[in-house]
Design a protein around this ligand. Structure first.
Ligand SMILES: *Cc1c(COP(=O)(O)O)cnc(C)c1O
Length: 421
């Protein structure tokens, strides 16, 4: 189902040659496949068709407006974590009634705006947040829909930086405190209890943690029912992994079967917040080799893309596949580190790769559709890359390359100041 294919030695994304995209839009460049995103969304929805459900795309995975627009047109809901993401979803045509608002640090202004547009619910992560939300809703004379994000204390067995369901994490309320908070919310006039939420981590490659988390959430739901509190939905978050190297994450049908089996005859609607699974494999990052360099027998390809463009290798030690965009028959592959121009030793896209490449060649860094551009920065005063969306034989520039003037537009020189001696 990958949108990548090699034809006559040249890598294509859907029907478009990546060399053509690099020529047209320059490098470094993010390229996304509309077809791959659409196929994943439809597969997710189809896997749960036997039960009422809503798929709320986790915007932070890739928040490009065109990606959001595509998903909105397919009928997706959205999981947001900031006021900025809310405005993006609205601008892209997302229905506010399909938005869930997650995140541990919601500000008063963010709550006001979300109540004003009418989001589906707030995934509340602490008692303090619940009290703040109640006060804001009361002041505006509205009722805030509430779901508690509970922390089921299960080990997602993923990288510690992307594990969120253990009790030492900052996320959610402990499942043992949840019942008291639900009782409080149920009695508060400005709050309406709608559901329960949990998200235990990202890039999970086995089903057990999901099923364990659901078991604990269901025990809570049953306790709440005994207390007379009914929920409309159970939100199981995101976290389903994708293939970067040789992982074998469960398929969507196995995931759905495991969850639906455990849910049994319960009638609450299911909600999901997938990010990476929908967009990760639908993106590549294109970069061009600037220099081939050798140091004490170690070979480097110095490329024009860097950690400011794609942070995952530096931040988590993540692996991304790196493929030459066109074959170089006859040139022997050598073991190389693919590094960027940023002044940090952690600035690499891949290490110890067997590649045959020369200066000027293009490389495709694969599975770069999630947590790629969204984590990009201007570190080293580098302009952020352009983004292109491919659909069949067409390509659309969906974010133009930044210019240095763009970067400087926000800054100001000091007025003349007396010089001290
Ligand atoms: C990041 C996040 C997601 C999406 O996680 P993926 O691993 O990309 O599916 C979903 N829900 C919440 C609350 C998140 O923080």
């Amino acid at each position: 189902m990958t949108p990548l294919s090699r034809r006559n030695g040249h890598l294509h994304f859907e029907e478009v040659a990546l060399t053509a995209l690099a020529e047209r839009h320059g490098t470094p460049l993010y390229v996304y496949s509309a077809g791959a995103i659409e196929a994943r969304y439809r597969a997710f929805a189809a896997a749960f068709r036997s039960h009422p459900h809503r798929v709320c795309y986790a915007v932070k995975a890739n928040s490009n407006l065109a990606v959001l627009q595509l998903l909105a047109q397919l009928g997706a809901g959205f999981d947001i974590v900031s006021g900025g993401e809310l405005e993006r979803v609205l601008l892209a045509g997302g229905d506010p009634a399909g938005i869930v608002f997650s995140g541990v640090g919601k500000t008063v202004a963010e709550m006001e705006r979300a109540l004003e547009v009418g989001v589906a619910c707030f995934n509340v992560e602490s008692k303090a947040e619940l009290l703040r939300l109640e006060a804001v809703a009361k002041r505006l004379g509205v009722v805030a829909p509430v779901s508690l994000r509970v922390n089921p204390d299960v080990d997602a067995a993923t990288h510690p930086y992307i594990s969120t369901g253990l009790k030492e994490n900052k996320f959610g309320v402990s499942i043992s405190d949840a019942a008291a908070l639900y009782r409080y919310a149920a009695d508060a006039q400005a709050l309406a209890v709608t559901g329960v939420d949990c998200h235990i981590g990202s890039q999970l490659t086995t089903l057990e943690p999901f099923v364990d988390a659901l078991d604990r959430v269901l025990a809570l739901v049953e306790a709440l029912n005994r207390d007379g509190i009914e929920l409309a939905h159970i939100d199981l978050g995101g976290g389903l992994g994708v293939r970067y190297q040789d992982e074998t994450p469960p398929g969507i049908d196995a995931y759905a079967t495991a969850i639906l089996e455990r849910l049994g005859h319960r009638r609450e609607a299911l909600m999901f917040e997938p990010g990476r699974w929908l967009v990760g494999e639908a993106g590549v990052f294109l970069t061009r080799v600037e220099y081939v360099k050798e140091n004490e027998g170690r070979h480097f390809l110095v490329v024009d893309g860097a950690m400011n463009d794609l942070l995952r290798p530096a931040l988590y030690g993540s692996f991304h596949g790196i493929e030459p965009v066109f074959d170089r028959p006859g040139t022997p592959a050598v073991e190389v580190d693919v590094v960027g121009p940023v002044c940090e030793s952690s600035d690499f896209l891949g290490k110890n790769r067997m590649l045959a490449a020369a200066a000027g060649d293009l490389l495709a860094v694969t599975t770069a559709g999630a947590y790629g551009f969204g984590m990009a920065s201007n570190y080293n005063s580098r302009n952020r890359a352009a983004e292109v969306l491919v659909r069949g034989e067409q390509d659309f520039l969906v974010r133009r390359r930044e210019t240095t003037a763009d970067q400087l537009a926000f800054e100001q020189l000091l007025p003349p100041l007396p010089v001290s001696d």
